[in-house]
Design a protein around this ligand. Structure first.
Ligand code: TYM
Length: 334
């Protein structure tokens, strides 16, 4: 709770090209529920360097992502949109929390296991303690709610465990956050392999729809999506490809799976895939247009970056000072 409003924190990594999964699983919900909360939306660039990055590329992607938050509909006057690396409290709290997190807990994290397997030549300590930094992000702002896709649930559970553990020792210091998972789109799968989640790092570009894909590319990718030979549009586990396309369609149009089944009753996959493609285009096109406009306005984006980093620092310092005092750090002489 900050200034009488419940608080919301979420973030995205500026790594790779954002996919439709990132949008439907997270960003879209961020925009939908923003007005009800005091919000903090971070571009989590410190998380990104757990995997090797080209510095110039990371800087560019971070700025693009911050601009995209605004293009998607987050008003930076009302929502605190900022770079994680501009607010030193994230790193400071992360250190303290790492002393309240067990190796065994971090060892169980499936994202760590997946990333360690993918980057076997660079299994660094940051990759291992990544979830602690994520807990610090959330707890620093006393977030009540964290809108994420299903893949981040394990990290959120760990955040809750760390908060509860800390509170049990020192009293009510942290708000214990709840996940907010959208009604549809919480786990969008690859269009080429519906057993895998749609991911920025997929080697097959046809598996993912990127937020900056042009309409023809989006339609083509939907048409090529892997389905089955059953031939009816039904929301069931036996038809994972179709189920995923229904999820995408529902998240884009606000329909339920039953309504979609009825709409395409007796129609073929060709018609359905075309409709999915068009629905995606109608959601992404206005965002792409606003994004193109915003990138022309360098001063405005610079202003947002500066103002919001100050705002985030102000709020995060409140929690940080409290935590430092609780664990016994000597007070600064001012
Ligand atoms: P990241 O950058 O991988 O993803 C950003 C958000 O997109 C969601 N998402 C998906 N949702 C549905 N279907 C998909 N295929 C899909 N792929 C990604 C993710 O669940 C996420 O909500 N560790 C986080 C970033 C982070 C964070 C935080 C999030 C750092 N600190 C604090 C919340 C709170 C991550 O790597 O997300």
């Amino acid at each position: 709770m900050l200034d009488g409003k419940k608080t919301l924190f979420s973030g995205m990594q500026a790594t790779g090209n954002l996919t439709l999964g990132n949008y439907l699983g997270a960003l879209k919900n961020w925009v939908q529920i923003a007005d009800d909360y005091q919000t903090f939306y971070s571009v989590v660039d410190m998380h990104s360097i757990t995997v090797r990055q080209d510095p110039a590329e990371l800087r560019k992607r971070a700025r693009n992502l911050l601009t995209l938050y605004i293009a998607a509909g987050l008003d930076p006057e009302k929502n605190c949109i900022y770079y994680q690396s501009h607010v030193s409290g994230h790193a400071e709290l992360s250190w303290i929390l790492s002393c309240f997190t067990y190796m065994g807990e971090l060892n169980r994290m499936t994202q760590f296991k997946d990333k360690a397997a993918k980057h076997a030549d660079n299994i660094n300590a940051g990759l291992f303690t990544y979830p602690v930094l994520m807990a610090a992000d959330i707890l620093l702002y006393q977030a009540d709610v964290v809108p994420v896709g299903i893949d981040q649930m394990q990290h959120l559970e760990l955040t809750r465990d760390i908060a509860i553990r800390f509170n049990n020792i020192y009293g009510d210091v942290f708000t214990v956050p709840e996940a907010y998972i959208g009604k549809s789109g919480a786990k969008i799968m690859s269009l080429q392999d519906p057993s895998k989640k749609m991911s920025k790092s997929d080697e097959n570009p046809n598996g993912s729809i990127y937020l900056m894909d042009d309409p023809d590319t989006i339609i083509r990718k939907c048409k090529r999506a892997v389905t089955d030979s059953i031939g009816c549009v039904k929301y069931c586990d036996e038809q994972p490809g179709i189920k995923n396309l229904i999820d995408i369609y529902c998240a884009c149009c606000g329909k339920t799976p039953a309504e979609v089944e009825a709409e395409f009753d007796g129609k073929g996959y060709g018609d359905f895939k075309m409709a999915v493609g068009e629905a995606v285009v109608s959601v992404l096109k206005p965002i792409q247009e606003r994004y193109a406009d915003l990138t022309k306005n360098k001063d405005y984006i610079d202003h947002v970056i500066k103002e919001n980093a100050e705002k985030a620092s102000y709020y995060s310092n409140k929690t940080l000072r409290k935590v430092q005092k609780k664990v016994g750090f000597p007070e600064k002489i001012r």
